[in-house]
Write a protein that binds this ligand. Structure first.
Ligand SMILES: [Zn+2]
Length: 94
């Protein structure tokens, strides 16, 4: 009898149907004034309808917005943001 196996291939892009997706990431960015700002995506901020596995051109074709994370420095009242791409992995659990 052949051994059963599971082959997992990624595809995409797929938009996750979640308005407020809190995720297990802590993001740190240093402000121009030198202050480190920490954003906890599990609590402080969320991604709205995030796209997983998307290449930029495919996202544009599908009309999907790239994700952004926002930082605010209380020391000098500065704001800045970064575009981010969400990737996902799936593994078989024995
Ligand atoms: Zn600052």
């Amino acid at each position: 009898m052949p051994e059963q196996f599971l082959k997992i291939e990624s595809c995409g892009p797929v938009e996750i149907d979640c308005k407020r997706a809190n995720l297990p990431f802590t993001l740190r960015s240093t402000c121009k004034c030198g202050e480190e700002v920490v954003v906890d995506l599990a609590d402080d901020q969320y991604l709205s309808y995030p796209v997983v596995g998307g290449e930029d051109e495919l996202c544009k074709m599908e009309g999907l917005e790239p994700e952004k994370v926002h930082f605010y420095c209380q020391e000098c009242d500065s704001e800045w943001s970064f575009r981010v791409r969400l990737a996902m992995t799936m593994t078989v659990v024995p």
